[in-house]
Design a protein around this ligand. Structure first.
Ligand code: IMP
Length: 440
């Protein structure tokens, strides 16, 4: 049974949670490997909505164990809130069902304050990133500069107190002197809170690298669930308008502690059009009628922040880049149903910069801003496709659209979805069918 990595291959919100939920019917383990509660999945099962921010959506499958690998940043308050809310909805989250790596950096209250105050300050000069304000960037910064607090620190509370005193003093100074903020944190109060939170979180601690080595040797089916999208990757995304973690498939290895040769399949999730939340380059954005229509019909509002998402057409150049940096084996095209009723559909085929063709996203945001997109137009369809159960049942123009996506990205379409329910995901690839059905 394989190790399968599922990643978004646009700017996030591609519908990964729903696809992972569908595919994990038989998974032994579902692992999140980056990001934090800046991600949000809304999963609908039998008409009942569950919103998840940090715990993998595999938790909804009673026989699946979920893991948070060391590259995930955890806000302990949010994690505890989520565990409680799942339990109130009848989903038990015992340490048997959820394991957390000791390496995970903790999001502290001052990280959230710094994130929001920085954005506020930057907004005065029009340079804000449009972060989710959840403290993600400042937490990763501290981890990299070796000033972080990790889940494993919750085991050694006596040492944590001293560490916090030094860190919090520095953060308060930074907030006041550099950011001009009135926010001030108390090491004492944070320590008190962490002491309480430790009682709930410590029992979930697990050696994830060892668990995965065992899973590999016992040929278990493991699904690695990416958050955000490849074009928000800290290295390869539209920097600086990116998130602070690596969102690409290779990071699953780094985060969870296994070698790259263990990955058997990389599945890219991609909407039939494009969206982006926050600031930054978005060459195929449609700020007119079609963009508004996509947002309205596609209900394109952030799960975490509620912000309206910017909408536009499928960008083949950007998706090709994401396919390349992830080593995508096949793509799942989500939200195909949202395109029903558009007379003409567009696919961004390539860019022009000052009249010259460009076949990749430029590194400079200002060059990205100057890109012109060369579009191909396809005839749309009017039929409601939300009940189709196979490729053949799709209207011929919808079939043509999918085939064209396959051609322009030079990548196989492994499936597509026509609505939010589990039953509205149609898998075409035999590989995906094999690993999602034959495990356990
Ligand atoms: P941060 O991750 O909160 O630091 O935000 C950095 C950028 O990533 C902003 O443009 C956010 O809107 C974007 N972002 C973060 N998480 C998500 C997500 O789950 N979906 C889409 N965009 C996201």
């Amino acid at each position: 049974m394989p190790f399968v990595v599922v990643v978004g291959i646009q700017w996030g919100d591609e519908g990964k949670g729903k696809v992972v939920d569908y595919l994990t019917e038989k998974a032994h383990l579902v692992v999140r490997f980056q990001g934090g509660n800046n991600a949000g999945h809304t999963i609908i099962v039998d008409g009942k909505k569950t919103a998840l921010r940090i715990i993998p959506s595999g938790i909804l499958r009673p026989d699946t164990r979920c893991l948070l690998a060391g590259g995930v940043v955890i806000d302990p308050s949010i994690l505890i809130e989520e565990i409680k809310s799942l339990e109130q909805n009848g989903i038990t989250v015992t340490p048997k069902r959820l394991g957390i790596a000791g390496e995970c950096p903790l999001i502290m209250p001052y990280h959230i304050g710094i994130d929001q105050e920085r954005e506020r300050k930057k907004s005065l000069t029009g340079t804000s990133i449009g972060t989710t304000g959840k403290g993600i960037g400042p937490t990763y910064e501290d981890a990299v500069s070796r000033n972080g607090i990790r889940v494993s620190d919750l085991v050694y509370l006596d040492k944590l107190k001293e560490k916090l005193e030094v860190i919090v003093e520095g953060k308060n100074l930074y907030l006041k002197k550099v950011l001009g903020s009135e926010l001030e944190y108390s090491a004492e109060e944070i320590f008190k809170l962490l002491t309480e939170q430790a009682k709930i979180i410590v029992p979930y601690l697990s050696n994830i690298s060892q668990e995965l080595a065992r899973a590999k040797s016992e040929q278990e089916f493991v699904m690695f669930e990416g958050a955000q999208g490849s074009l928000l990757d800290i290295h390869h995304g539209t920097y600086p308008y990116v998130t602070s973690s690596s969102t690409v498939s290779g990071f699953a290895c780094v985060s969870a502690g296994f070698g790259p040769k263990s990955i058997d399949y990389v599945l890219g999730i991609c909407k039939a059009y494009s969206t982006r939340v926050g600031e930054g380059p978005f060459p195929t954005e449609d700020t007119g009628y079609d963009g508004e229509k996509l947002r309205e019909i596609g209900r394109e509002f952030g799960t975490v922040t509620g912000r309206p998402r910017r909408c536009g057409w499928f960008d083949a150049v950007a998706v090709r880049k994401a396919i390349r940096i992830n080593g995508i084996d096949s793509m799942m095209i989500t939200k195909l149903d949202i395109l029903s009723g558009f007379k003409t559909l567009k696919i961004g085929l390539h860019y022009l910069l000052d009249g010259a063709p460009v076949d990749d996203l430029p590194l400079s945001p200002s060059e990205c801003g100057k890109l012109q997109v060369h579009y191909e137009e396809l005839e749309g369809w009017t039929e409601d496709i939300s009940k189709v159960t196979s490729f053949d049942e799709l209207p011929v123009n919808a079939q043509r659209f999918l085939i064209r996506l396959e051609e322009v990205t030079e990548t196989k379409i492994g499936g597509f979805s026509v609505g939010p329910e589990r039953s509205q995901t149609i898998v075409l690839s035999d590989d995906i069918k094999a690993f999602s059905k034959n495990a356990h």
